[in-house]
Structure formats: C-alpha cells, structure tokens
Write a protein that binds this ligand. Structure first.
Ligand code: SF4
Length: 146
C-alpha cells in the first residue's frame, strides 16, 4: 500500500527516471519516454501502469526522514515496499542517480541506511546503474541483481 504524503514534493518526477518499469521496458536511471520533466510530468497519467500508480516516495511520506533525503538534492529516491517474504516484512529500496555515485556510502546517508537496516525484518537495498548492494549494520555487500 502506498504511503500517505506528508510533505510537498514539487513534482520532481525523479521516480519516472530512477525506477525500472518492466511494463514499459524502462530500465533503471533513464527517463521514461512518457515523462515531460518540468512540463506537466506524465503524459499517460490516466493509463500509467500499476508500478507507477503504487509508487510512493518515502521522503514525501515520512516527515521524520531527514531533509537531506529530498530526492532532487540527494539524487536518490527511497521507496519502502511491504513484502511477504520468509525473512523480511519490508524492503527499503534506494534508487541512486549515476551522478550521485557513492554519496549513499557517506554520512549522513550511510548512518540512516544502517539504522533502517537494523530494524527488524527489514532489507535495505541500493540500486545504482546495473549494480545492486545490500546495506547491513557495519557492512555493505554487492549482490547479483535478480
Ligand atoms: S508512465 Fe508516467 S508515471 Fe510511469 S514512469 Fe512513465 S512518465 Fe512516470
């Protein structure tokens, strides 16, 4: 279920760049062909696919999530996804723009991700380009993308 917005986002449309959308054959970190950033956003809004409809930006939904995570500033987008998994109840997915490179490895982002990773039944994943990482308290593992 999508989180409820608590902040004003300025309609950054970054999700339309960073998220992979299989239904549109859209890869990670490339603008969707249906997006007009800064000029109204989605041009197929009424018929956009389900992943677009269900997406919610965690910075927008959680007022306690630091201002430094504002997507246009951080060059990262965080999505919390509820899952039914033997080991996890939620994935915290961090989608990183290529231009942000390794900012997620440094403070204040790193500490926030480690705190989230220390939460029960929570898996923190970072997607950057074609690389995927799992953040755990005290360590980062690069994993093969499914
Ligand atoms: S279909 Fe619309 S909402 Fe979905 S990624 Fe493309 S522009 Fe964004």
């Amino acid at each position: 279920m999508a989180e409820t917005p608590t902040r004003a986002c300025g309609a950054c449309s970054l999700s339309c760049k960073l998220l992979p959308i299989a239904a549109l054959d859209k890869p990670h970190d490339r603008w969707c062909v249906h997006c007009r950033p800064g000029a109204g956003g989605c041009t197929i809004y009424d018929t956009r696919p389900d992943p677009c409809r269900s997406f919610s930006c965690h910075w927008l939904a959680d007022a306690s999530f630091g201002e430094h995570w504002f997507p246009q500033k951080a060059k990262m987008l965080v999505q919390v996804v509820a899952v039914q998994d033997a080991n996890y109840d939620r994935f915290v997915d961090v989608h990183v723009e290529r231009t942000a490179a390794d900012a997620w490895r440094r403070e204040p982002y790193r500490g926030d991700l480690e705190r989230l990773a220390a939460s029960p039944r929570t898996l923190v994943r970072v997607f950057r380009g074609d690389r995927t990482f799992v953040v755990r308290p005290g360590e980062t593992l690069e994993v093969k993308r499914a």
